[in-house]
Design a protein around this ligand. Structure first.
Ligand SMILES: *Cc1c(COP(=O)(O)O)cnc(C)c1O
Length: 468
């Protein structure tokens, strides 16, 4: 084929600007971004044609230019970040945004975010206030701590605590607690970034009290305990509980820091889950500083919450790093609302989506799966649907061994493969993230809102997602 001829046929920008569809785009979206789309699409076209062998194929691409420009402009104004339906059953899915914020809280958050607010303004005194003031007292009341603050996430908490208390000194940590959380967050690296020198004690499976006490020197500034929240060592194991560590550390006036990771405020073993140490317990046992995530089991916004003795929290509040790690007004407001729910445990379970999903009973989930099943069956789609028992996980690096008995809907498509369907689900107007289990698609209803079932069924029908 004569490529040069085809290249010459690619319309110039001025010509494209005279096209009716393009003119319409300009009226609606403005000239600049339409020209941007024209340049981008003609470049792509040129590049594609240079690789093609068939003239037909090249001409087809040429014909599609205007519609591709149109799609380019429309995509520019269509947020890539959107709602997805989490059908994985994993409650705290880091890739899916971890803990959802309660829609009940949104009205207040909307006001805070879109208006001015007293984030750092003390209305009683008419002068500068502290952004932590809105939730500090609340957290202290719930955990028994003397003081509290919050930073961007829990990785920041660990960095800030070590930098504030152990910079240029030694911090002792057990070899059994050298964790990696994911996303390159590793205790030794954070330690280094904080300016503290790490002193490792014990072994992978066992660390004794003497291991800690023998490592204490003039240079020791802190002892760090890390809750191994995302894995479990079983068998011949042992670590030193915080209450045994405290007296030895206190004797040398060394603060004991505990990174709890998930930070639960409610004993979830009441709801059939494994026992996780609560923040209150850690504080009561004498930990000097405790930190945990805002968007793991707490069920709040992304944040790192730090509680503990006032003398230590005060040092952290004054650290320059705090300015770099500080939370915004939205997070501060969301934290206040979430902690408020915890004043009444039943309300917390009811109103915090993460806790509600984790504690939903199997009977309720079975009912829910039946509801979804019937809605799907009614649509007369080319697939087989059945309900099934299944297992959900907590996720987000919390309770790695916990499996929650759940219920779901299994889908076997008639006309396309299971892998094809799983991919198509991700391209729906409201994408569905599902799991393939035993060569079938599984929708675990634990993490799906029943109010969405009708929408899902209609979406399946309208998009012909099951058709060959
Ligand atoms: C998850 C986790 C972190 C990191 O918390 P983010 O809020 O994700 O930054 C740190 N330490 C432990 C023990 C964790 O489980």
């Amino acid at each position: 084929m004569d490529k040069n001829k085809i290249f010459r046929n690619i319309p110039k920008v001025d010509i494209l600007l005279e096209n009716d569809i393009v003119k319409n785009l300009i009226t609606k979206y403005g000239r600049e971004c339409v020209i941007y789309a024209i340049r981008e699409e003609t470049d792509i076209l040129r590049n594609d044609i240079s690789k093609m062998k068939e003239e037909d194929q090249a001409l087809k691409q040429l014909d599609a230019l205007v519609s591709r420009i149109e799609k380019n402009v429309l995509d520019m104004f269509n947020p890539t970040m959107k709602q997805v339906i989490n059908a994985t059953g994993t409650v705290l899915h880091t890739n899916l945004g971890r803990a959802p914020i309660s829609s009940k809280h949104l009205e207040h958050l909307n006001t805070i975010a879109s208006k001015y607010c007293n984030l750092e303004y003390n209305l009683a005194e008419g002068q500068r206030g502290e952004r932590y003031s809105h939730f500090e007292k609340l957290i202290c009341r719930l955990t028994g701590a003397q003081a509290a603050m919050a930073v961007n996430n829990n990785a920041s908490s660990v960095l800030l605590i070590l930098n504030s208390l152990a910079k240029d000194g030694e911090a002792i940590v057990s070899r059994g607690e050298q964790i990696e959380i994911g996303g390159k967050f590793r205790i030794p690296d954070v330690m280094e970034a904080s300016g503290a020198r790490m002193v490792e004690v014990g072994t992978t499976n066992k660390t004794h009290l003497e291991d800690y006490t023998e490592a204490i020197t003039e240079e020791t500034k802190a002892i760090l305990k890390v809750h191994t929240s995302n894995y479990a060592i079983v068998g011949f194991t042992g670590s030193v509980p915080i209450d045994e560590l405290i007296p030895a550390a206190n004797e040398h006036d060394i603060p004991v820091i505990e990174d709890l990771g998930s930070g639960v405020l409610i004993d979830l073993s009441k709801y059939g889950l494994e026992k996780e140490p609560t923040v209150q317990e850690s504080v009561m046992k004498g930990a000097d500083v405790v930190c945990f995530s805002g968007d793991k089991l707490l069920g709040g916004p992304q944040a790192g919450i730090i509680v503990g003795k006032k003398k230590y929290i005060d040092i952290m509040k004054k650290n320059q790093l705090t300015r770099a790690l500080r939370i915004d007004k939205f997070t501060a407001a969301a934290l206040e609302l979430v902690f408020m729910e915890y004043l009444n445990e039943d309300k917390a379970i009811e109103n915090i989506p993460t806790l509600r999903m984790i504690t939903t009973s199997v009977t309720e989930l079975e009912d829910r799966a039946m509801k979804l099943l019937w809605k799907l069956k009614k649509m007369d789609l080319p697939a087989t649907f059945t309900t099934t028992p299944c297992e959900s996980q907590i996720g987000g690096g919390s309770m790695p061994l916990a499996r929650l008995e759940s219920s779901g809907v299994v889908i076997i498509p008639d006309m396309i493969s299971v892998n094809e369907l799983e991919e198509r689900f991700r391209h729906l107007p409201i994408p569905i993230v599902s799991r393939i289990v035993n060569d079938e698609i599984l929708l675990d209803v634990r993490t799906m809102e029943p109010e969405m079932f009708e929408t899902i069924a209609t979406m399946f029908k309208e998009t012909k997602v099951f058709e060959g």
